[in-house]
Write a protein that binds this ligand. Structure first.
Ligand code: ADP
Ligand code: ADP
Ligand code: MG
Length: 495
């Protein structure tokens, strides 16, 4: 057991509750922090103690390092878990926490610093034989020189913010004529989002798939990977649906990529849970993208297929324990899918649609997990990330996990705001998704707002199932007529 008795969770919403649940199971007390907008939030009620850290805007509350550390001292917490987002990838915060004699439940500030800059990360991992996307290894200083490099690499290219995250500060350039304008945009977006405007160039991989590996390291130099997650269903370069394992990796490819991921972790002396992200081209060549030095939003799918509690492992590792298993002990059990339920309107370019949750009923049953931070009647505050919940299904294989997800989405009742649930159901029914033949351009290639009307609802599925069985048992003479009637009923039910 650990020497940690009380953990302050420097976050809000579902991830704060997720961390506190494990702490409670381990007999560790919990402290929440909250802003004035979160006085009645579930994470505040869940914690043993809670400290108000400031007004609603995150830079006056959740991002105030001094106030967070003060709250930990005030309550006698001996460790801080940063969750994801906010201060989780801030090397200065990690350093400050340790400087104050508290335990940071995450990697060292040196690892965060190295991997927080995409160019520095690429330089570090290149020494470990990890394949990189062709591109520049320095920030772009001179537009004309950059254009020459871009034409050598070949269009389309991607301009990326070195300090980037959450899909921000990234621009695809199709042809040289657009280069300057897109570079200006990427630079100003990067400067306003990350306070650092440096950008670089990468080849834009065609038919890209985003596949990442969960890694775990301890303070004794042990590093393992806990398999892969497929995260190619994205909007605005940000994930909406994730699954584990990826259905296109062969066992050999999984071993090769897993080894590369472990090398990336070793290149920065990594401990705690982290994620190594790769991009795959249509020939299944893989290239290192970046490492996220924190718990990932989609970590539950890995937990479902391995039975591991990644937060528990983070806590044990922070306390100095060795990882309690070896690579060869790990096995994949079944298949898990996560859909992110965002307060966004898929019919309107996935723009945030915040408001009050008038109805909020979670799905239930075997193989279903909901990680959320809201209850019926609550408001989604406009100040923070508009994610309401993560819905996760786990079953013996991918087909069954998809069927379970469709059932769970149909049971999920949310009114008062638009959500991504309908879009996620559309994906679950789509041939490209079902067959596994898709890439990160799924939304651009297949999704139109009108497609949401095409999704069969639970009621229609019942009618269809009844008709299908009628057809299967039906009389030979009436087959055609039944089929036609089946079609018309189907249509009517959709209106
Ligand atoms: P993940 O990387 O875990 O798959 P996201 O890309 O959605 O998931 O990012 C996780 C959370 O962290 C989101 O709330 C996102 O807004 C936030 N985030 C990610 N990177 C940054 C960053 N560099 N600065 C601020 N917020 C970030
Ligand atoms: P962030 O820090 O914003 O998460 P990433 O480098 O991880 O930035 O890239 C986010 C997403 O952008 C990827 O999941 C992928 O969809 C797309 N992307 C990034 N680099 C490339 C590339 N070289 N070619 C094609 N798509 C890319
Ligand atoms: Mg990324």
């Amino acid at each position: 057991m650990t020497n940690i008795k009380k953990i302050l969770v420097a976050n809000r919403g579902e991830i704060a509750i997720r961390v506190m649940r494990t702490a409670r199971e381990m007999g560790i007390n919990t402290v929440a922090i909250f802003s004035e907008a979160d006085r009645n939030a579930l994470h505040v009620r869940y914690a043993d103690e809670a400290v108000l850290v400031g007004p609603p805007p995150s830079n006056e509350s959740y991002l105030r390092m001094d106030k967070v550390i003060q709250a930990a001292k005030l309550t006698g917490a001996d460790a801080i878990h940063p969750g994801y987002g906010f201060l989780s990838e801030n090397e200065e915060f990690a350093r400050l926490v340790e400087h104050e004699g508290l335990i940071f439940i995450g990697p060292s500030s040196e690892s965060i610093k190295l991997m927080g800059n995409k160019l520095a990360a690429k330089a570090a991992v290149s020494k470990f034989n990890v394949p990189l996307v062709p591109g520049t290894s320095e920030p772009i200083e001179n537009v004309n020189e950059a254009k020459i490099i871009a034409s050598e690499i070949g269009y389309p290219i991607l301009i990326k913010a070195s300090a980037g995250g959450g899909g921000k500060g990234m621009r695809i350039v199709q042809q040289e004529a657009d280069f300057e304008e897109q570079m200006d945009r990427a630079t100003s977006e990067a400067r306003s989002a990350f306070g650092d405007g440096s950008v670089f160039i990468e080849k834009y991989i065609t038919k890209p798939r985003h596949i990442e590996f969960q890694v775990l390291g301890d303070k004794h130099g042990n590093v393992v990977h806990v398999f892969d997650r497929e995260c190619s269903i994205q909007r605005r370069h940000q994930k909406v649906i994730e699954e584990a394992p990826s259905c296109i990796l062969t066992p050999e490819k999984r071993v090769a990529m897993g080894e590369a991921a472990v090398n990336v972790a070793k290149s920065c002396g990594y401990y705690s849970a982290g994620t190594v992200e790769f991009i795959l081209d249509d020939q299944l060549n893989f290239y290192f993208l970046e490492m996220n030095t924190r718990l990932q939003v989609e970590h539950p799918v890995t937990e479902e297929i391995t039975g591991l509690d990644l937060v528990q492992l983070q806590i044990l590792i922070a306390a100095g324990d060795e990882i309690p298993f070896n690579q060869k002990d790990l096995k994949i059990n079944g298949h898990a899918i996560e859909v992110r339920v965002y307060a966004e309107d898929p019919a309107n370019n996935f723009l945030p649609d915040i408001g009050t949750l008038r109805t909020y009923m979670r799905p239930q049953g075997l193989g279903i997990r909901v990680d959320d931070g809201f209850e019926q009647g609550m408001e989604i505050p406009f100040y923070y990330d508009p994610m309401i919940a993560k819905l996760i299904t786990h079953a013996q294989n991918r087909e069954a996990a998809i069927a379970k997800m469709i059932r769970a989405i149909q049971e999920y009742e949310i009114t008062g705001i638009q959500t991504t649930l309908g879009f996620c159901e559309f994906v679950m029914h789509h041939d490209a998704f079902i067959s596994g033949n898709f890439d990160t351009r799924f939304v651009e290639n297949y999704f139109t707002p009108g497609a949401l009307q095409q999704i069969p609802s639970a009621e229609e599925e019942k009618i269809a199932a009844a008709l299908a069985s009628l057809l299967a048992n039906g009389t030979k003479t009436n087959d055609n007529e039944l089929a036609i009637r089946a079609g018309s009923k189907w249509k009517k039910a959709r209106l």
